[in-house]
Design a protein around this ligand. Structure first.
Ligand SMILES: [Zn+2]
Length: 209
């Protein structure tokens, strides 16, 4: 039981750029570590970060009998708190959610017809191909548009209105995206990476719509 609850604790996952991208269970982290797909990240007493392969971590674990760890007959291993992925594609990619907020993010608050940047409250979401012409509501057919352009375009296609999009709307590529509920608390060793993530990472789903 104790073993299980340890294995279900959360580990912070960093990508190769040392950006926090996810959390996973200790169980999953150990699997990645054992397979050589990730290394453990730990800081020393001077605050420098070091990485450890499975073998190095196992050896280190033997020397730290008091740290929280998992023990079997032949193996004792400390709980990793942060791991660094060896490759980008070892964790499932998260799709960027199709939300108002993320559309504004993708279009950088810029009207996709006149190319000018606006306050969000002055921008509309426009169906490029209007809905009653069969235009779907998706990444490829919704863009930011200023009130002026939106009024001018009215219920027409860009071609019909003699207007052009400044770029073709696309589904945004997946980006490092932290979805960690900090309110639940986290291991102190995450702090360095969470603080960085706070400034660098797209604001999450809590602000959607
Ligand atoms: Zn405009």
């Amino acid at each position: 039981m104790v073993m299980n609850s340890l294995l279900n604790q959360q580990v912070l996952v960093l990508n190769r750029l040392w950006q926090a991208v996810n959390v996973c269970s200790v169980r999953r982290a150990l699997t990645l570590l054992f397979a050589g797909h990730a290394e453990v990240v730990q800081n020393d007493s001077q605050g420098s970060f070091h990485t450890f392969s499975f073998k190095q971590w196992r050896d280190l674990s033997e020397q730290q009998p008091h740290a929280e760890g998992i023990r079997s007959v032949s193996l004792r291993i400390c709980i990793p708190r942060v791991i660094l992925l060896a490759l980008f594609d070892r964790m499932p990619k998260k799709e960027v959610k199709f939300t108002r907020h993320n559309i504004f993010e993708r279009d950088k608050d810029t009207c996709q017809y006149c190319g000018r940047q606006f306050d969000r409250k002055e921008l509309n979401l426009d169906h490029v191909i209007p809905r009653d012409h069969g235009g779907p509501t998706n990444w490829e057919n919704i863009v930011c548009s200023c009130v002026k352009c939106n009024t001018r375009k009215a219920n027409r296609t860009p071609h019909g209105a003699g207007m052009r999009l400044i770029q073709r709307p696309k589904r945004p590529k997946w980006r490092p995206f932290v979805q960690i509920n900090v309110q639940n608390g986290y291991h102190q060793s995450w702090r360095h990476f969470i603080d960085i993530a706070y400034w660098n990472v797209e604001i999450g789903e809590d602000i959607s719509n």
